[in-house]
Design a protein around this ligand. Sequence first.
Ligand code: NDP
Ligand code: 2IT
Length: 449
Amino acid sequence: MNKYLKRVLEETETKNPHEPEFLQAVKEVLTSVEPILERHSEYEKLAILERITEPERTIIFRVPWINDKGEIVVNRGYRVQFNSLIGPYKGGLRFHPSVNQSIMKFLGFEQIFKNALTGLPIGGAKGGSDFDPKGKSDNEIMRFCQSFMTELYRHIGQDVDVPAGDIGVGAREIGYLFGQYKRIRNAYEGGVLTGKAISYGGSLARKEATGYGLVFYVREMLKAHKNSFKGKTVTISGSGNVAIYAAEKAIENGAKVVAMSDSNGCIYDSKGIDLDLVKQIKEVERGRISEYLRKYDDAIYTQRTGDDSPIWEIKTDIALPCATQNELTLNSAKKLVENGVLAIGEGANMPCTQEATDYLLEKGVLVAPAKAANAGGVATSAIEMSQNSMRFYYTFEEVENKLERIMINIFNSCKDNAEKYGCAGNYVAGANLAAFDKLAEAMVAQGVV
Ligand code: NDP
Ligand code: 2IT
């Protein structure tokens, strides 16, 4: 291994001993950019790796709020402003009980590279809270969001840092956050948050963008290997924002989506999932995926029991993990390969463990890596920001066409970089190489900051 790379990896481990997800993400990126480090020995003197792995700023704050019983609850809020090399900090907010500093930092780190791949002027950030939105009333969600923003507002701004949604944060939460920001600032700064509802400055097709973008990317990858979605079986983990719209676009491309899931278990419907019913259960009722059986009693529901999700045991041509990090383990990868899987498209951030990715690549499975394949969401957020700056709106078709073009460009740049650095067909490495190349060049240009 390159000596400089080895030293920085060791130092990163020593400095962040209790952050396994962050270390996993760093190791994955840094090891694959070794060919660039070999060509640019000056990067060591410029401390490129030390600087890119250290957040510019990490903000941790108290979020006190009052629940419907009148009790005071205290959660922890985060915003990791990781990197502003190529634009204002940009990245989602995650509300989930598992949120901690390691998860925030891994997501912020990934976001730097993802945002660079979009070709748009956005830096990398992530934030959120260990708040659990499940089972909370609308009023509780609103009071939490208002308290969260009462601290966050001083750290963000449309040219400074622009949050958006992620797990547990959708249009409802963004609305409450925006309302409180506007009230505190006494100014209408539309571009301070993205993922807004259409009625007050949101972009058409932002809701659909991550899932649609994922399918555009996987379609390009399949095309490069003389294949397509047509007639293929697809399984999709999760049944949230990314999963639902990935399913919609996959079906539009002629695939049959046979399984979806949530954290409790998965449904299998051999006739093809009824997506309108999933939307009703998840987007309207905020219920559990098991409720799918109320209309289709011949569908099969499998409860999740251990570490491995049952959805990866189902035979499929294409698997789209769209729930959360490390949800597809080596065991699951082996099952998928045994069942003849052709391609994996990562809709979630870092859904495959490192061992799973290595195994899949070794077995010749096509892997569309998260930081490239799910970049359509943040790319469309950047399109939302630009519409807000212009005080103008694009039509749904205009946004979708721009998104499609961006995803094609991202795929081509992953492909070209993989070829350039001698790992043709490995889009995981190609994505890291393409993004790092661009970021390192910007770092050199901007001096020691
Ligand atoms: P949602 O909150 O809309 O949906 C999340 C889905 O994943 C739910 O079905 C949820 O099930 C499931 N899930 C969440 N946590 C876990 C867990 N620990 N174990 C098993 N299942 C889990 O989130 P999104 O669809 O927005 O996000 C999904 C993934 O996509 C995340 O990794 C996110 O970072 C990534 N992403 C999102 C983008 C966006 O624009 N929204 C953009 C790019 C990436 P349950 O309801 O049971 O918790
Ligand atoms: O992981 C992600 O890219 C997101 N959650 C979307 C971020 C954004 O700013 O739209």
